[in-house]
Structures are given as C-alpha cells and as structure tokens.
Design a protein around this ligand. Structure first.
Ligand code: ZN
Length: 90
C-alpha cells in the first residue's frame, strides 16, 4: 500500500479528476451519453482519497507511487527532495 505524503494515510488508489467534454443526447427528459469522454488535458489531477490533496498531475508518477509499496523508500525520496530543495534555496 502506498502512503500519502500529505496526510500519511495508507491509500490503495488515487482519485483522478480530468477536464474535458462528454456528449449527451438530451430528449427533453433524459440524458444518454453518446460516445466517449473527450479529455482536453487541461486538468488531470490525481488526488488522495483521504485528504483530497493533489498528489500528482502526471499518470506516470501516479503509477509509480501506487506501485511503490515500500514506505521507507517514500520517506527517503521525500527527504532527498527536501535536501535538493534546500540546496537550491541557499
Ligand atoms: Zn492524503
């Protein structure tokens, strides 16, 4: 199970929000979806289902995150990122 870096909860999936257009046939009473949803790629957010924070905006990173079941690796990566960011600041 992956650990959310924001709320530290164990999560099995991410909520993916995408923007785009869906076509419906509206006959005055009901809607019937016609064809596939067309993603316009303006929004593609992968959010934690526990804290609703956007963790990724890129499928590859989201995939990697969910595949990564080793908590220690996540912590190490987070630390490495912090060290790198601190170096950039100073
Ligand atoms: Zn979270």
């Amino acid at each position: 199970m992956a650990i959310c870096p924001k709320c530290k909860e164990e999560i099995e999936h991410l909520n993916n929000y995408v923007s785009g257009e869906a076509k419906y046939i509206f006959d005055g009473e009901s809607y019937n979806q016609d064809g596939d949803f067309q993603n316009n790629e303006k929004v593609n957010d992968y959010e934690c289902p526990e804290c609703q924070e956007v963790l990724f905006t890129d499928e590859e990173k989201a995939k990697e995150f969910l595949k990564n079941k080793d908590e220690l690796t996540n912590i190490m990566e987070e630390k490495m990122k912090q060290i790198k960011e601190n170096k950039n600041v100073s």
